[in-house]
Design a protein around this ligand. Structure first.
Ligand SMILES: [Zn+2]
Length: 458
């Protein structure tokens, strides 16, 4: 391509940012001699030429190199430390270029866990994204899991109207197995606490201890499921008083310490707010997001059942249901046939009306929930898993071994349902999506994955 001839037509329009083409001017990587090139965007472009004509010099060493370099420069210094330094390609300029990725032509057999996402390294950026901005939600309540700092508690108190009276409590942790409760209360008294709350009643520790055979015994007799709250401090909200705010912070710190990470803010005559400085909610402890947590090539992040491979040896759904066009009634479940095993199907069909199972719907058209039900069973019938479980219990019977062998195959891991990551990683979401949901999407949907979260639950 002659540089002169091309230059006349190749100057990008003034508003090149909006342009629908990429302009390369004066590319000199390797043996290229000042090549100018205009490439339309959103098109599949094939670069051909004899060996040594500079195909990869213009595509990889110029175009991709610059796209990748600009992308990396746009990242924070934190993210950049995970990526190598990029060299600026030898070119006058490239305009209209977007962040770029390259999928190289290579034969790779090194890792059976590889996916397009990992080979292109897009997954590495997703991991960083989830580790940095991901929010953790409890699968029990759906509420965000937050680790509270002292300042969160103080801010919550200061958000109340000046003069609001507040009691700060610390739940007494149940760890005094070797110690009598009386001794524990005695210890609290020595530490300077005077009151505890038991069953919504504020009680004087001294009174409780002196009246051992009466109230304490009665109150604390069956204390297994009663919680004791230590009254740590009381104050009125004074947002202008720095000394007062410091005292609040000290008391919150103390409450966290006494309870091993929890405190309760009781707004007198109002609500009661719970805080904890552990990464916990709904009785579960969560893992703080890190790039390793989202790495299924790493034992820390990988699903423990399938070790990140997403498949395990098990009962193969395709073998159990070889013709998904059949309904359950028509015999879609191949293993539930014959005099003996057919009884399982009979039992299912006899109870299906109790939970409105669509027995005449082809297996392939059943909802995910119905299919899962068929496999897992319920209180009315025993599912396919239990059927095979029973066979496995009696593998000394040759016919059971034959049955198992017939239906065994590589199947989707039930631990992660093919997501490859440990459960905890799926509690972390960015814009409503877990990383395992994103990698499941076709690329065009991945661009705007708005509907994905509302699909059937996984
Ligand atoms: Zn798994």
């Amino acid at each position: 391509m002659s540089k002169k001839k091309a230059a006349a037509t190749l100057d990008p329009p003034a508003s090149e940012g909006m342009s629908d083409a990429i302009f390369i001017k004066g590319a000199r990587a390797n043996n290229l001699r000042n090549v100018d090139l205009k490439l339309p965007k959103n098109q599949l472009i094939v670069v051909t030429g004899v060996s040594g004509s500079g195909k990869s010099s213009i595509t990889m060493d110029t175009l991709y190199a610059e796209g990748q370099r600009r992308y990396v420069e746009s990242l924070s210094s934190y993210a950049r430390q995970f990526l190598g330094r990029m060299k600026k390609p030898d070119v006058d300029y490239i305009k209209g270029i977007c962040p770029a990725i390259a999928i190289e032509q290579k034969v790779t057999t090194s890792n059976a866990r590889s996916t397009v996402g990992t080979l292109t390294e897009i997954y590495d950026y997703l991991r960083l994204l989830f580790a940095r901005v991901g929010k953790t939600y409890s699968p029990v309540s759906g509420e965000p899991v937050k680790k509270h700092e002292v300042s969160d508690v103080v801010d919550a108190m200061l958000a109340r109207a000046p003069g609001t009276r507040i009691q700060l409590f610390a739940p007494l942790p149940y760890k005094y197995a070797d110690r009598e409760l009386g001794q524990e209360l005695d210890l609290l008294l020595q530490k300077g606490y005077t009151r505890v709350e038991i069953e919504d009643e504020l009680l004087d520790i001294q009174d409780l201890l002196e009246n051992e055979d009466g109230r304490l015994a009665q109150k604390l007799g069956e204390l297994e499921d009663t919680s004791i709250l230590i009254l740590v401090d009381r104050f009125a909200v004074k947002p202008e008083d720095d000394d007062h705010i410091r005292r609040m912070a000290d008391s919150v710190q103390t409450a966290f310490y006494e309870s091993e990470g929890e405190c309760l803010v009781d707004v007198v005559g109002g609500e009661r707010l719970a805080f904890n400085n552990r990464f916990e909610l709904d009785g579960m402890t969560f893992l703080e997001p890190s790039p390793q947590l989202f790495n299924f090539n790493n034992p820390y992040g990988a699903c423990p059942t399938c070790e990140g491979f997403s498949m395990v040896m098990g009962i193969d759904e395709n073998k159990v249901v070889p013709d998904p066009g059949l309904s359950v009634y028509e015999g879609a479940i191949a293993c539930w046939k014959g005099d003996k095993y057919g009884l399982w199907l009979e039992a299912f069909l006899n109870s299906a009306h109790l939970f409105d199972f669509p027995v005449h719907t082809p297996y392939q058209d059943l909802s995910k929930a119905d299919r899962r039900l068929l496999w897992n069973g319920n209180e009315h019938f025993r599912g396919i898993r239990e059927f095979f479980g029973e066979l496995e219990e009696k593998t000394y019977k040759i016919q059971n071994r034959v049955m198992l062998a017939r239906y065994r195959g590589r199947t989707l891991c039930s631990g992660c349902e093919g997501g490859r990551l440990r459960k905890e990683a799926t509690y972390v979401k960015v814009g409503d999506h877990a990383i395992v949901d994103l990698v499941d999407l076709p690329i065009d949907e991945l661009l705007y994955p708005s509907g994905a979260a509302h699909d059937e639950e996984r």
